[in-house]
Design a binder for this molecule. Structure first.
Ligand SMILES: NC(=O)c1ccc[n+]([C@@H]2O[C@H](COP(=O)([O-])OP(=O)(O)OC[C@H]3O[C@@H](n4cnc5c(N)ncnc54)[C@H](O)[C@@H]3O)[C@@H](O)[C@H]2O)c1
Ligand SMILES: [Zn+2]
Length: 353
């Protein structure tokens, strides 16, 4: 599998990538190595990581609690304290071994410790492989606001090894797959067709899907690192998706990010059909898939009103207006589209029926 070159770093694939890591550590005369894990990646992924090296490499493990609930400044304080305690200096290196929570928080903690030490991402969830570990956004949640404290900062390299996915819970895997479907619609419809035709994805297909997804994200991010224009297309499915995700935060049966984005994509493709003649046959195809693969969630009329009112908090809004990324046809996204309340309502009802 070919490497992918980003602005200042490379993404390496498979077992070869560990050789690049060793090479990096030697060449950069890394003084101390730290590995950040959460409870799950400590037991499931750290052994896989260690197995890759014939001779031992020495490192300190920093372990934090798993889950989005830990992605906050208190956990950063814990990481900074442990770096200090173990004597991390400016030449130390932090490896983030985990899902997006670890790569976001670890990237932020490293970039702010002693005005910034280097870090490397080894994503272990599908979502982190195709999305969170590349693109340079790092940060933590603050109060009840997601990703509100953070900075743009690139890793030294990203190592993608699908062996980690063997222990990833199915629900988390499906969550990451929603982002792959998103890349399919906005930039390469072949990805969507592969997923649709082959629901029991084999390892080779998965590796190819991950590679293509990172390639797409990388191209977009390199053109527009600070999200002025083009990068916004990555938010396809996310305007409605975030509103559903936020709404279900307070409910008993939670909805994860990917499940919410899957709903968001169905609704936003329907809006694309109404406003930009996106083919309805493809909207229908996605809807059937999403109902089967992610399960259909039910909300009543009052819920819909509440969900739509949450749209007013969306970060993509301009001058108080809710902005959408819609598609003219596959691979042809349009940013900053305004949609009326009535049509959004119709779109959510389309998903429900
Ligand atoms: N920086 C970005 O551009 C960007 C993009 C998308 C998402 N994100 C962030 O990523 C986070 C979501 O990522 P996520 O879904 O990976 O969350 P996560 O890191 O919380 O991982 C999900 C769960 O899977 C577990 N896990 C991870 N890898 C595992 C493995 N190989 N085996 C067993 N268990 C494993 C984790 O411990 C956790 O319980 C959010 O905080 C989101 O804001 C960031
Ligand atoms: Zn997303």
């Amino acid at each position: 599998m070919n490497n992918i070159q980003s602005d200042s770093f490379k993404v390496f694939f498979g077992s070869e990538s560990y050789k690049k890591l060793i090479q990096y550590i030697d060449e950069h005369k890394v003084s101390k190595l730290f590995i950040l894990v959460d409870e799950n990646t400590l037991t499931n992924c750290l052994p896989v990581f260690k197995d890759q090296f014939s001779s031992t490499i020495s490192f300190e493990v920093i372990r934090i609690k798993s889950g989005e609930i830990s992605k906050n400044l208190d956990t950063c304080v814990q990481v900074w304290n442990e770096l200090l305690l173990f004597g991390a200096d400016r030449n130390s290196l932090l490896i983030n071994l985990g899902g997006g929570m670890i790569t976001d928080l670890g990237g932020f903690a490293a970039s702010t410790y002693k005005r910034g030490i280097k870090f490397i991402n080894i994503p272990t969830s599908l979502l982190a492989m195709v999305d969170a570990s590349v693109g340079g956004k790092t940060g933590v949640d603050f109060g009840n606001l997601k990703n509100i404290i953070g900075l743009f900062s690139n890793p030294e390299m990203v190592l993608v090894d699908v062996a980690y996915l063997n222990t990833l819970p199915t629900r988390e895997f499906k969550c990451g797959l929603a982002e792959v479907i998103k890349y399919g619609f906005i930039a390469n419809i072949k990805l969507w067709n592969e997923i649709r035709e082959d629901k029991n994805l084999n390892n080779n297909t998965i590796i190819n899907l991950i590679h293509s997804s990172i390639h797409i994200k990388n191209e977009i991010v390199q053109t527009d690192f600070y999200e002025k224009n083009l990068r916004k297309i990555l938010n396809f499915g996310h305007t409605i998706g975030h509103a559903f995700e936020s709404y279900f935060l307070t409910k008993e049966n939670s909805l994860n990010h990917g499940e919410a984005i899957a709903i968001g994509m169905v609704v936003e493709l329907f809006l694309s059909h109404k406003l930009h003649q996106f083919p309805i046959s493809l909207v229908e195809e996605l809807k059937v898939f999403v109902h089967q693969f992610y399960g259909k969630i039910n909300v009543d009329k009052n819920d819909i009103d509440d969900i739509i009112s949450l749209l007013s908090h969306d970060k993509k809004n301009k001058l108080g207006k809710v902005m959408f990324v819609l598609l003219k046809k596959p691979e042809y996204p349009i940013i900053d589209c305004e949609v009326s309340y009535e049509l959004i309502n119709e779109g959510i009802n389309y998903y429900l029926n």
